[in-house]
Design a protein. Structure first.
Length: 262
């Protein structure tokens, strides 16, 4: 594994344009996380323009957190346009196990070959077709219980699959690694996982996807740790996280990143 800071420095140098079709809860925090990391966010989701935008963006992310009839139509069109244009795209299958509508939407999106899938353990289990304890957007399964599902999903779809939680697990179907960064306050703030999905898109815009995904997870986790040092609770954690990402020194990231082969 190369130094995660190399990937962060590439994002800061290139300021990739990241189109993120995401949920209403995540829109603001995800855009701010992208800006703090040095990327350029664009929350463009209308059916009339999302596919055209995806063809010229540096990366696309799609998140089904608050899908409705219109966005469920726009998402596969944007994903198909990204695929045709060679724009890497990242999928966040929020609460995919909850309803048939989410499962059907996710099936259509997987057919458009995401380059990375990022979800919590319950979502990755459900997407792989296993029974999942998850009922909403929060994880109820342990990351370890989703590792086989992640490997199977990566093998079946060709995507890098990232399962996040206390220790994240990432696999491309052959290689696998764990990222032991982050803080228990992070899941107490809504949509930080969604924001991380956007960050993964920024990192894979110009880099090899397995390594870039690991770097994005480590960078976000280390920022969360630094943020928690001065936080009084979830509210100040979210504010501090933006500041920590913005101020992240390459040397600090490389020294604190805990990425190990699995
Ligand atoms: N208990 C924990 N300890 C340390 N870090 C954690 C913990 N739980 C989650 N994280 C970190 O929080 C970030 C978000 O991951 P999480 O798995 O909570 O996403 P999520 O469930 O999709 O969130 P959401 O749907 O609310 O956006 C990741 O960087 C992850 O490593
Ligand atoms: C709370 C919530 N509900 C739908 S999406 C979302 C953000 C976390 O996934
Ligand atoms: Mg999520």
């Amino acid at each position: 594994m190369d130094d995660p800071s190399r990937h962060l420095e590439r994002v800061r140098r290139d300021a990739p344009l990241v189109q993120y079709i995401t949920n209403y809860v995540a829109m603001n925090v995800a855009a701010n996380v992208l800006l703090a990391a040095g990327a350029s966010p664009a929350m463009v989701h209308a059916r009339e323009e999302a596919p055209g935008f995806a063809a010229m963006a540096d990366a696309l992310a799609i998140n089904i957190g608050t899908i409705d009839g219109r966005t469920a139509e726009a998402m596969p069109l944007a994903a198909a346009a990204a695929r045709a244009a060679g724009t890497p795209w990242v999928f966040d299958p929020v609460a995919v196990g909850a309803t048939a509508f989410r499962q059907e939407t996710a099936r259509g999106l997987l057919a458009e070959r995401p380059c990375v899938i990022r979800g919590n353990a319950s979502e990755i289990r459900a997407l792989a077709g296993l029974e999942s304890q998850g009922r909403g957007a929060d994880a109820s399964d342990a990351v370890a219980a989703a590792e086989d599902a992640a490997r199977a999903l990566a093998g079946r779809t060709g995507a890098v699959v990232a399962v996040t939680g206390p220790v994240d697990f990432v696999t491309d179907g052959e290689r696998a690694a764990r990222v032991a960064n982050g803080h228990p306050l992070m899941p107490r703030v809504t949509a930080l996982g969604c924001a991380l999905t956007g960050l993964v898109a920024a990192f894979v815009a110009g880099g090899p996807r397995f390594e870039a995904t690991l770097a994005a997870l480590a960078c976000f986790g280390v920022a969360g740790e630094i943020a928690a040092e001065g936080a009084r609770g979830p509210g100040s954690l979210q504010v501090n996280l933006l500041d920590a990402l913005h101020a992240m020194e390459p040397g600090t990231l490389d020294a604190r990143a805990r990425i190990d082969p699995a």
